[in-house]
Design a protein around this ligand. Structure first.
Ligand SMILES: Cc1cc2nc3c(=O)[nH]c(=O)nc-3n(C[C@H](O)[C@H](O)[C@H](O)COP(=O)(O)OP(=O)(O)OC[C@H]3O[C@@H](n4cnc5c(N)ncnc54)[C@H](O)[C@@H]3O)c2cc1C
Length: 480
């Protein structure tokens, strides 16, 4: 089928205004959020219903044209943009959202519904959604399931897979799999919803998701703590956690990140003097958790890890608090201001250049040494490069951002990811593999793991039309 013939067939399915072939109209779908990954799409197609998605996939399969599913295009590993010549299937028009089922505490959302829309919808019904990420205004539910997004509340509610009670999706041959009843108990075979969570558009196009909701926690308090280093932050969190059942976020960042955020946004620094490390805590509940947090901060002993590290030599007097300064906010503007130091990291880094972004997780006992050693590793390999670290401390997840290295030079990526693997971590904590980390998958997944993943891909997408070159090297594995 010629390009024009495929475009004509897709116009018949979705209407001509939803098949984009002009360079100007396609441009926004062809470059990822970081600007590092881009490629020309053959065309962009924007179906609005499940049966249209199915017909689009059948047409593309018959034409032998690969398809890149795309949601909000906020993914950070290059999985949502074409590498050259694919059809981009944007799910953003699949944006219907059902009534909240208060009895089940669930809702069914189209794959194109943004996280912010879902949150507002759930909150209007006095419930909430358990996953939150800073890209909430653009990231879609389909994309979040496809990447198994994590974010800032994983320590309390888990990641995206744990919120999914059912799914509807279209396979590469146009067949529709659908389990949206949201049954709490359903052990009747393979868990397709669980399988599609984290599949990065390589197994199916997700069209609807049945989501679990969580109780609303209207009262919130945020504390920003200044600390000497990562180990002190870990000790503090370890000491506070048992007494803080309302704790739902524990985010770590460092002096250079705060300086960049302030420079980029015009925010004033959080404290009169800069500190090496910052820990942001948020507690939330039906009752005001402020007293609980403040008492915990005043009374919590230094964490148990401090005395056992470095050959059993305590790094500070046993009764000394590692907290060097504290800011606490209970009102919304104050909380948002403290959160801004963390949430503006991604955009401030992007404004400073095209970053190498490595989203990794480490076992708790390795995290502090990794934070120290990764800086030295990058300084040795790429003198002059800037390393900006931040992450979700409660999940052992650090985002390693490296500025000042050309986008195509992957030397530092290789060194950092090898260090992560040697220390028992994962090369992708929450963003996925995409195109960015494809060549390193075998560092932290065994041959048998990868063979099983390839077998699944081969079974559901034998001609390899769904997102080739993302997550698995399908060109090789599916005979393309
Ligand atoms: C400022 C910022 C902060 C972020 N913070 C976090 C964070 O805290 N935690 C976190 O986990 N991520 C974070 N991210 C990354 C990103 O927002 C998530 O990966 C998000 O889940 C992507 O959703 P999306 O709709 O934009 O998907 P896209 O970027 O469009 O796509 C991502 C992947 O999913 C596939 N896909 C998309 N939609 C579908 C579908 N309907 N069916 C099948 N496959 C599909 C794509 O092919 C691609 O492989 C952040 C990004 C930004 C820009």
């Amino acid at each position: 089928m010629t390009g024009d013939a495929l475009a004509g067939r897709l116009r018949d399915i979705v209407g001509s205004q939803h098949v984009l072939t002009d360079a100007d109209l396609k441009a926004g779908y062809e470059t990822d959020w970081t600007g590092r990954f881009q490629g020309k799409a053959r065309l962009v197609v924007r179906p609005s219903r499940t049966n249209e998605v199915a017909a689009v996939l059948v047409a593309c399969a018959e034409a032998g044209v690969p398809v890149v599913p795309q949601g909000g295009n906020t993914g950070l590993v290059g999985g949502s943009v074409p590498s050259g010549g694919e059809v981009v299937l944007s799910v953003r028009r699949l944006d219907e959202i059902g009534e909240v089922d208060a009895v089940a505490g669930q809702v069914t959302a189209g794959a194109g519904v943004t996280l912010a829309t879902l949150q507002a919808h759930a909150r209007a019904a006095r419930l909430d959604f358990g996953v939150d990420i800073p890209a909430r205004d653009s990231a879609t539910i389909g994309g979040m399931v496809a990447t198994n997004a994590g974010g800032i509340h994983v320590m309390r509610f888990g990641h995206m897979r744990q919120q999914v009670a059912g799914i509807e999706a279209v396979l590469a041959d146009g067949s529709i799999v659908s389990r949206l009843s949201g049954l709490q108990k359903d052990n009747s075979g393979y868990d397709l919803a669980g399988l599609l969570a984290g599949s990065e558009g390589t197994l199916a196009v997700i069209t609807k998701v049945r989501l679990r909701l969580v109780p609303q926690r209207p009262h919130r308090v945020v504390a920003l703590l200044a600390l000497g280093d990562t180990a002190a932050a870990q000790d503090t969190l370890t000491a506070l956690r048992p007494g803080l059942p309302s704790l739902e976020a524990a985010e770590i960042f460092y002096r250079e990140g705060v300086e960049l955020v302030c420079e980029h946004s015009g925010l004033l620094p959080p404290f009169a003097e800069p500190y090496p490390c910052y820990l942001l805590l948020e507690c939330a509940g039906r009752m005001d958790p402020a007293t609980e947090l403040i008492e915990a901060l005043e009374t919590s002993p230094p964490g148990p890890l401090s005395a056992s590290r470095e050959g059993g030599t305590p790094r500070r007097p046993a009764d000394a608090s590692p907290i060097l300064d504290t800011a606490v906010a209970t009102d919304r503007p104050g909380r948002e201001r403290l959160w801004a130091y963390r949430e503006l990291h991604t955009s401030a880094i992007n404004a400073a250049g095209i970053p190498h972004k490595l989203d990794v997780s480490l076992p708790p006992g390795e995290l502090a040494a990794f934070e120290r050693d990764v800086r030295a590793l990058v300084a040795g390999a790429a003198p002059g490069a800037r390393v900006i670290l931040f992450g979700h401390l409660g999940d052992g997840n650090l985002h390693v951002n490296i500025l000042g290295v050309p986008p195509e030079d992957e030397t530092v990526d290789d060194l950092v990811l090898r260090m992560v693997a040697e220390r028992g971590g994962s090369i992708s904590a929450e963003h996925g593999i995409g195109r960015a980390k494809l060549r390193w998958l075998s560092l932290t997944r065994s041959e048998a793991d990868i063979a099983a993943m390839r077998a699944i891909k081969q079974a559901v997408d034998p001609s390899g039309i769904l997102n080739p070159g993302v997550l698995l090297n399908t060109a090789m594995d599916c005979g393309r």
